[in-house]
Ligand binder design. Structure first.
Ligand code: HEM
Ligand code: HEM
Length: 138
């Protein structure tokens, strides 16, 4: 599960960057909104959410480390609180952006909506990745 979560993190980051770049190109060129490319980012995010939740309730770095002692330690606080919370907020933003865009008829507006929500979501996600322990860097 941990290995899957580490690997899917790369897939998700790549999917979000690709979705954002293609949507930006469509926005700038007044082209129609590409729902499929946004869906790629959405599905990766939802999959990562489910795997993250499983990890959270099974890993010793998850809910089990909820304590005042671990609250004082920045790395354990990242794992049991900041990482899950920020990732969930980021994924909610991406889902809201995708769902809003689905109902927008104006193509330029649809592209703009996905751009704003996906970029905000990506920033939140990037802000709380445990880079220092991420297996691809170690
Ligand atoms: C904790 C688990 C999950 C939660 C809470 C969740 C929640 C949601 C929500 C709120 C929406 C937006 C509905 C809408 O407005 O259209 C959505 C859409 C979607 N989810 Fe999830 N999801 C979860 C897991 C998954 C998984 C595991 C997958 C598949 C890999 C998935 C694939 C999708 C897809 C494809 C859509 C878009 C449907 C469409 O085309 O509108 N989700 N999900
Ligand atoms: C945007 C989605 C997410 C990304 C990009 C992401 C990324 C990562 C990365 C890179 C790691 C480090 C893995 C390693 O040490 O190699 C990690 C660990 C972890 N993540 Fe996530 N994550 C996401 C969502 C979540 C969510 C929603 C939860 C829980 C609700 C969660 C819970 C955890 C836990 C508990 C660990 C520690 C696992 C362990 O080392 O035992 N993650 N995550």
């Amino acid at each position: 599960m941990k290995h899957l979560h580490s690997t899917l993190a790369i897939v998700l980051l790549a999917a979000l960057v690709i979705a954002i770049v293609i949507t930006l190109i469509n926005y700038a060129g007044n082209k129609p909104y590409n729902r499929k490319i946004a869906l790629l980012g959405l599905i990766s995010a939802h999959l990562q959410l489910v795997i993250g939740l499983v990890l959270y309730f099974t890993s010793p770095l998850g809910i089990q480390s909820f304590s005042g002692e671990n609250m004082k330690n920045s790395l354990s606080r990242l794992y049991f609180l900041e990482h899950p919370l920020m990732m969930i907020i980021g994924i909610i933003l991406i889902t809201v952006g995708f769902s809003k865009a689905k109902r927008i008829v104006d193509q330029k507006k649809a592209n703009q909506t996905v751009l704003i929500f996906y970029i905000l979501g990506l920033i939140l996600i990037l802000s709380r990745i445990p880079y220092s322990t991420w297996s691809i860097f170690n």
